[in-house]
Design a protein around this ligand. Structure first.
Ligand SMILES: Cc1cc2nc3c(=O)[nH]c(=O)nc-3n(C[C@H](O)[C@H](O)[C@H](O)COP(=O)(O)OP(=O)(O)OC[C@H]3O[C@@H](n4cnc5c(N)ncnc54)[C@H](O)[C@@H]3O)c2cc1C
Length: 361
């Protein structure tokens, strides 16, 4: 990954793009990222995430049973490749990492038959395999559904309310200072994405978070993919969300900002044509063809793992952030474990790898 990142320097059309920044915090983050990029650390982190993720679909089911419109469907994911060798390499790595914990096909479908796995695939796809049961949600609708279900069960949701500080006494947070006045609290969970470091700093903690910027947009394709499609060599994804297709990709380390670089949207769209066929002729047509072009920062700590823990020095303040590219997937599982921690005061075993103190070693 580190070699791959270095090769991408100065190439804004690369799936992983690193823009050197004269920012000491960014340099320190890169240094720690490099130090965390050993096979042993990667395997340890992967195991911890897999363990937390084990009950994810059960957690989504519980949310649905509790009245949340999760929007979850499980169409499965077709991993598509332009070369058979790359597909086989990818499947071998995935099988190794899955270590029998979830079902993967024995082999890759090669040649003309590969594109039969999904009608939307183009003739350029020379190898593919289907991972059954992989899920898709519409993240905005899911978040909205969660808010509505909470409100319906009597929870007061303060929308459009910015937290600006904390009132503390004796190592406890007693109230939130907000743009709408103070809100007294018994406990607080800081889960503010890329804004979490600023809030944690107010509680005396530094959090080395960097944004891995990604882009997505919606488009109506004919035929539309029935499965989620992963474009292997280009590391982009097309997901069926309702009747439309959402295409997303890129990992851009260029500081914590939400600047939308149109070249990256074009790069993702061009990459998708290798797998979906020429769904547009000229990049200039994209302006009218696509909807909701979006850029978001995936919150990353340098070892790639989230922090889901009590904030050191505060009895009733917690943090849940840094979920990187898995925040939607892991949200319900992380929330479930953290709720137990808040309620009982005892850290669940599954949260041990996500402690604060690992960051200050
Ligand atoms: C292109 C792209 C594709 C992705 N695909 C996937 C995927 O397939 N699967 C997956 O699991 N994840 C995916 N992710 C990652 C996922 O979106 C993130 O991990 C997730 O959104 C992080 O959630 P969060 O709640 O920690 O932060 P956020 O989603 O950033 O939410 C933080 C919230 O806190 C609020 N906030 C911030 N500061 C304050 C304040 N001071 N006061 C009050 N409120 C505040 C913000 O307004 C925001 O609503 C993708 C991300 C991108 C960019």
């Amino acid at each position: 990954m580190v070699r791959y990142a270095l090769r991408s320097l100065g190439r804004p059309d690369s799936p992983l793009y690193l823009r050197p920044l004269p920012d000491p915090a960014f340099v320190r983050w890169l240094w720690r990222f490099w130090r965390s990029s050993t096979p042993a650390a990667f395997r340890r982190g992967y195991t911890a995430i897999a363990e937390l993720n084990r009950d994810t679909f059960d957690r989504f089911d519980e949310l649905r049973e509790a009245g949340v419109r999760t929007t979850l469907t499980r169409p499965g994911m077709v991993h598509a490749f332009l070369s058979a060798a790359e597909a086989r390499r990818h499947l071998a790595v995935q099988r190794d990492m899955a270590d029998g914990h979830y079902r993967l096909p024995e082999d890759v479908t090669i040649g003309d038959e590969a594109r039969l796995l999904d009608d939307a695939l183009a003739p350029g796809v020379r190898a593919a395999y289907l991972v059954e049961g992989e899920g898709v949600v519409d993240p905005e609708a899911f978040a909205r559904g969660l808010g509505q279900a909470l409100a319906a069960s009597g929870v007061k949701v303060h929308e459009h309310t910015r937290i600006t500080g904390f009132r503390t006494a004796g190592g406890r947070v007693t109230a939130l200072r907000t743009s709408q006045g103070e809100i007294p609290c018994q406990a607080v969970v800081i889960a503010a994405g890329m804004r979490s470091p600023a809030l944690l700093r107010l509680l005396g903690r530094r959090l080395p978070l960097q944004a891995g910027k990604g882009y997505s947009f919606s488009v109506d394709l004919d035929p539309a993919p029935r499965h989620t499609l992963y474009f292997g060599e280009r590391r982009a994804v097309a997901s069926p969300i309702g009747a439309t297709t959402r295409i997303g990709g890129t990992m851009e380390l260029s500081g914590s900002n939400n600047r939308l670089d149109w070249r990256r949207i074009v790069a993702v769209a061009l990459a998708s044509r290798h797998y979906l066929g020429n769904w547009f002729d000229d990049p200039d047509d994209l302006v009218t063809l696509i909807r909701d072009p979006w850029v978001g920062g995936r919150p990353f700590l340098p070892d790639g793992l989230p922090v889901i823990d009590r904030v050191p020095g505060h009895d009733n303040a917690y943090a849940a952030t840094g979920h990187g590219m898995l925040g939607i997937t892991l949200g319900p599982a992380a929330g479930h474990e953290l709720a137990e921690y808040v309620r009982t005061g005892t850290r669940p075993q599954a949260l041990r790898p996500f402690r604060f103190d690992r960051l200050y070693g």
